[in-house]
Structures are given as structure tokens and as C-alpha cells.
Design a binder for this molecule. Structure first.
Ligand code: GLV
Ligand code: MN
Ligand code: MN
Length: 414
């Protein structure tokens, strides 16, 4: 379909940018490992900054490393219209999660600059720090600081599994910026992202007009038993922390199954001492519960928290359990949603409204500014996987609709 808008993005230039930056942290299986504040994160940030400055944008960095590339408009008394997402990835991440939102915005900006088009309001691209929460939990950390959910000090004190602090790594890679968090204001934010689920592909639609994000809660669990010799310790005398964790993981899975479309997952587990002839003495694992309805999520939390002590007691284990993060369900702004619908119509793409199963920076930004998201399909609904795949045409469609939506919003300001 040809776009009916007056500014058309350059699909090849967008694709080339995605492939070029995919080198920073490239994995042998074709994905990206670009953990937050790693050397590869620094490289992609440096690249992004240089590209934005080449366009004539001013790039500011705030005290938690969020990057803001600003292009003035006709009326600079108006706050900027932002387009933002993230450039960090999972340890076995793909080329598109987060990346498409930043580089699709860069392509939109390049297209505006190419034509010398003057928007009414300034336009801005944002790269949010640590969306993934994989190296430093929780997810959406620096957009959370921006939205006032966390303090900068809370962010600085987060540690990775090796005990390295977020604040130290931020300074080490040179991205602890001078600007106070929240100083760079904007009047609206659009986030382009891959769907990370199977719906658009199954219905053969190009654009997801995103109406909100489901509620998410993260927990950390430590189960303690007693290290003992596997050959010499009779079965009935063991305090096996890993056996306890295994039963707990099954119970958590059943909490998800009992509350569909809710989901309940254990994704990270550390077994100690992890030796083949030692009965495991301690296990650490993480829990992720999600549901679009907060009251059902409350019920899921109750059932999960009731199941664990029972299992621990049966196996004579000690249990430590705490909730470390709560991101309530979010509804996006109707005016921005209308701009996305209009942007998809203008470009002639099929669309449907949908909610997001994944977390996004937009979920926190929605607390402080009108916000919404645009989804495009990904092959088999797969993401957080090196095989994550969104086609040339799908990436282009997303960037075009992002541009259309921003220009539509800007036109409505006039
Ligand atoms: C972020 O990617 C999340 O949904 O956990
Ligand atoms: Mn993402
Ligand atoms: Mn992700």
C-alpha cells in the first residue's frame, strides 16, 4: 500500500539503521545481547547521539541516562511531541524489541528533516534507560524515575546478579547526564513497538492501535534447606531447596492457568551450590504475575503467596518471599489513540485495537503525559528470543504510522 501522507519515510534507510546497530551486541544466532549500561549499550548510545546531532538535533542526557534528541518547531513555547522506546535488550534478545521504537522514530525525524518540514511543536526522540529490567530489576526503571515512581537514588542502588550497581555502571559508560530527571518535559509520547504476541499476524493486520498495558507484579523468592551429601543422606532426611523450588514453580504455573488470560512465570533461578553430588541448600528465583484486571491480579497474588509456605513446610524448608515491583494496569490517552488510528488510515494499513501483554516505558510515562503505543506484527508472536523477526515492510509501516500520528497530533495543535 502506498502512503497517502505528504511525508513518506525511507524504508531502506530504516532497515539499514536496524541492521547497523544490531552489530552492537550481536549474537551468533542473529539476535542481540545488549544489557543495560554494558559496553555495547554505550556503543549504540554513542551511535544514536551522533546520528541525531547530524540531523541538527540537540541531545540531552538526564541523571539516569535517558537521552532526549530535540528538533525545534515553529512555536517553541509549545512542549515537544516525543517518540520513545529503548535500545537495551534481553540477554538473548532480538533485533526489534525496543530498537524499532527508537530507530523508527529516528527515521521519522530524518524524513521530516529531509523535507525541511516545520512542525508546530518541537519534536523529540527519547531513548529510555533500562526498559528490560533483565540486568537491573525492575523493568522500565528510568522511565519510572522520570514519572516519579522511583527516585534517582533508588535507581542508582539497583544491583545486577554480580552486585554491580546501576549508578556505578551509568557513570562508567559516561551516561550519568547533567540534566535533572524530569527537566526535559514533553506534551505527549508515542511509542512504536513490536507486538510481542501473535494477534496481528494471526489476523493479518499491520497495525495494533494500543489502548493500554496489563498490570504486572514481580517477586523474589529464596528457599533454604541444608547442603548434604547426595550419596550418604537418606531421602527422608533431606532438606532439598531445589525440590521445594520445583514444586513452587509448578504451583505458580497453576496460578496462571487458573486465571487466563493471566500469566504467571518463573524466569530466573539460581541453585546453590549447584554441584551434582550435593543436595541443594539454597535456591533463589524470580516470579512475574500479570493480568489486565487489577482485582484478578490481587487474587493471583493471594493464591501464589498461600501456596509457597505450604510447600516449604512439607519439605522442612525456610522461605523468604517479597514483592519487589508493582506496575498497575494502564489505559492510554484517547486523543493520542485517535491520532494513531488516523495515522494508520492515512497510510492505508489494516489495524485493530489491542492491549499490551508486555511492559513498556509508555506505561509509566502515561502517568505524567498523554501517551499511547503503536504495534506491528512479529513472526510467530515471538520475542525475548534471538529469532525475533519483524519484516522490512512491517518495520516501515510502523515508522510511517508513528510519523503520521505525530504529524496528526501536531496538526491538531495549530
Ligand atoms: C519488558 O520487556 C517486560 O514486559 O517484562
Ligand atoms: Mn521492549
Ligand atoms: Mn523486552
Amino acid at each position: 500500500m502506498t502512503a497517502r501522507t505528504n511525508i513518506t519515510i525511507n524504508p531502506q534507510r530504516l532497515w539499514d539503521a536496524i541492521m547497523e546497530t544490531a552489530r552492537y551486541g550481536a549474537t551468533p544466532k542473529g539476535g542481540i545481547k545488549r544489557l543495560t549500561l554494558s559496553d555495547d549499550d554505550k556503543k549504540v548510545r554513542d551511535w544514536f547521539k551522533a546520528q541525531c546531532e547530524a540531523l541538527g538535533c540537540t541531545v540531552g542526557v538526564d541523571a539516569v541516562g535517558n537521552m532526549f534528541a530535540l528538533r525545534p518547531g515553529k512555536n517553541n513555547a509549545l512542549l515537544p511531541i516525543a517518540m520513545g522506546s529503548h535500545l537495551d535488550t534481553q540477554p538473548t534478545g532480538g533485533k526489534f524489541d525496543g530498537v524499532l521504537g527508537v530507530l523508527g522514530a529516528l527515521e521519522a525525524m530524518r524524513s521530516i528533516v529531509d523535507l525541511g518540514y516545520e512542525t508546530n511543536a518541537p519534536v523529540m526522540i527519547v531513548n529510555w534507560t533500562n526498559e528490560e529490567g533483565s540486568r537491573f530489576a525492575p523493568a522500565m526503571l528510568a522511565s519510572g524515575v522520570y514519572a516519579g515512581v522511583f527516585t534517582p537514588d533508588y535507581a542508582y542502588e539497583r544491583t545486577d546478579r554480580d552486585g554491580i550497581k546501576f549508578g556505578d555502571e551509568l557513570a562508567r559508560i559516561g551516561y550519568r547526564g547533567a540534566d535533572p530527571v524530569g527537566k526535559q518535559k514533553f506534551q505527549a509520547m508515542f511509542e512504536l513497538h513490536i507486538e510481542q504476541g501473535p494477534i496481528l499476524e494471526a489476523e493479518n493486520r499491520m497495525i495494533g492501535v494500543v489502548t493500554g498495558v496489563q498490570g504486572m507484579r514481580w517477586y523474589e523468592v529464596t528457599v533454604r534447606g541444608q547442603e548434604a551429601h547426595t550419596g550418604a543422606t537418606p531421602m527422608l532426611l533431606r532438606k532439598n531447596a531445589l525440590l521445594g523450588a520445583a514444586r513452587m514453580i509448578e504451583a505458580i504455573h497453576q496460578v496462571g492457568m487458573a486465571h487466563l488470560p493471566g500469566v504467571a512465570s518463573v524466569g530466573l533461578i539460581e541453585n546453590r551450590p549447584n554441584s551434582r553430588n550435593v543436595v541443594p541448600g539454597e535456591v533463589f528465583f524470580t516470579v512475574d504475575l500479570r493480568h489486565p484486571d487489577e482485582s484478578v491480579l490481587d487474587q493471583m497474588e493471594k493464591e501464589y503467596q498461600a501456596a509457597l509456605p505450604k510447600i516449604a513446610e512439607e519439605l522442612k524448608l525456610e522461605l523468604e518471599e517479597k514483592r519487589i515491583w508493582n506496575s498497575p494496569a494502564v489505559k492510554f490517552n484517547p486523543d493520542l489513540i485517535a491520532c494513531v488510528r488516523e495515522g494508520a488510515e492515512q497510510a492505508g494499513y489494516s489495524w485493530r485495537e489491542m492491549a499490551s501483554g508486555a511492559g513498556h516505558d509508555a506505561a509509566y510515562i502515561a502517568r505524567v503525559a498523554p501517551t499511547t503505543m503503536i504495534f506491528v506484527p512479529c513472526l510467530g508472536g515471538l520475542s525475548h528470543n534471538e529469532a525475533e523477526s519483524t519484516s522490512f515492510d512491517e518495520c516501515a509501516a510502523g515508522s510511517q504510522v508513528l510519523l503520521n500520528a505525530v504529524l496528526e497530533y501536531d496538526r491538531r495543535l495549530a
